[in-house]
Design a protein around this ligand. Structure first.
Ligand code: GLU
Length: 395
């Protein structure tokens, strides 16, 4: 008798996402009437700017409800190409694909680029889904540990050690999910040189691009370093975090034309196109909502300062003040608990939802998102202080 439940494809062993898992668990408790501080999933608590919603509603009312070109509506692709060029990236409208969120942009790029026999360099800690996208492509993830002392960046020594003939891709996520680190120019330059010398591609996930808070750590797109580096880079971006549009599922990427064509072909089979009227909302965001972006960024910067200040009062907790994104990645190794057990107990005993570091390849860490109200951050920090103070195994 065939066992229908025995999946043989590469996706057979795919576990669900830890970040979304912690969101679901928090929502379940909230449904039971328990007030949970949701510091797990990375989602701005702001509403989508009104002009974006209006543009979407108008598009729908005027009949923009049919298929579009799979790579996206021309106006939006042009606006994205213009945005990339403003950032110094040599690209054109033909090299841009509109995707259902930054997540699918990463998955499409990895799937289009990698397969069995390929190796993908994945700096640890990594964003949870990058790993599973690589595994689902059949390629081998090559884990490269990074350290807080070196701003969680790859070193030249790492590349010398880990890059092989089979290296097809290196994943870069800056500002970083989960650490909040913003990669320094000298590291980007070094990585760009290696990509050219050893002929590999770079997946630069820049969905937190707008959220870099420190003037001495500005966000730099690696593809802006030179046209040659751009030829070796897929730059991924999204409307989710910058414009508070997580539920809209609109992302975009720029890649060399040969790769764009493969990604485009993949979308024709897997997707058709991103929701038509959502694309018109995204176009409005890109054209007219930079002030909203700035307003939210300033609020996040304030919350970072507040939350980091409060976390210094938590006994035994260590962290590096993040320069970007909206996460604090905390070292919990002094408590003698694994990150899953720590998060489960934190949820049950202190009603705080946090994302366990094991999902990011770092079991001694827990990720807190500060994309929530100041009041929630204060409540959570106090509950965390009491919770950690009561853990018996604190060294
Ligand atoms: N990227 C966000 C996070 O890491 C949203 C959830 C997800 O897409 O995994 O929390």
């Amino acid at each position: 008798m065939k066992d229908l439940q025995q999946t043989k494809g590469l996706l057979g062993a795919l576990p669900p996402s830890e970040t979304l898992g912690s969101l679901i668990k928090g929502m379940e408790l909230a449904r039971q009437g328990i007030n949970v501080c949701m510091l797990s999933v990375g989602e701005p608590d702001f509403d989508t700017p009104e002009p974006v919603k209006r543009a979407c509603a108008e598009a729908m009312a005027s009949g923009q409800t049919k298929y579009t070109i799979p790579a996206g509506i021309t106006e939006l692709r042009e606006a994205c190409a213009e945005k990339f060029r403003r950032d110094g990236i040599a690209t054109s409208m033909e090299q841009v694909v509109i995707t259902p969120g930054g997540k699918f942009a990463c998955a499409a790029a990895i799937t289009a680029l990698c397969g069995p026999q390929d190796e993908v360099i994945l700096p640890v800690p990594y964003w949870v889904s990058h790993l599973h996208m690589i595994s689902a492509s059949g390629a081998k993830p090559v884990f490269v540990p990074t350290t807080p002392e070196n701003n969680f960046e790859l070193t030249e020594e790492d590349l010398r050690h880990y890059v092989t003939e089979r290296t097809r891709l290196v994943v870069l996520c800056s500002p970083s999910n989960p650490t909040g680190a913003v990669c320094r120019r000298r590291t980007l330059e070094m990585l760009g040189e290696w990509a050219l010398k050893k002929n590999f591609m770079i997946l630069s996930d820049e969905v937190y691009e707008k959220l870099a808070y420190d003037p001495d750590r500005p966000h730099i797109s690696i593809a802006s370093l030179s046209e040659e580096v751009a030829e070796h880079t897929v730059t991924v971006n999204s409307f989710s975090k910058s414009y508070a549009m997580t539920g809209w599922r609109v992302g975009f990427l720029s890649a060399p034309l040969w790769l764009t064509r493969k990604i485009d072909a993949l979308q024709t089979h897997f997707l058709a196109n991103v929701t038509t009227f959502a694309q018109y909302g995204a176009l409005k965001a890109l054209r007219d909502c930079s002030a909203d972006c700035e307003r939210m960024k300033n609020a996040f910067a304030k919350r970072r300062d507040l939350f980091c200040g409060l976390l210094t009062r938590v006994p035994g907790l260590k962290f590096i003040r993040p320069s970007g994104a909206f996460y604090v990645f905390c070292d919990i190794s002094s408590y003698g608990l694994g990150s899953t057990e720590f998060c489960d107990r934190l949820m049950d005993e202190a009603h705080i939802a946090a994302a366990p570091g094991c999902g990011f390849g770092a079991d001694g860490f827990v990720r807190f998102s500060y994309a929530c109200s100041e009041e929630t951050l204060r409540t959570a920090a106090e509950a965390l202080r009491i919770f950690c103070g009561n853990l018996p195994d604190r060294r």
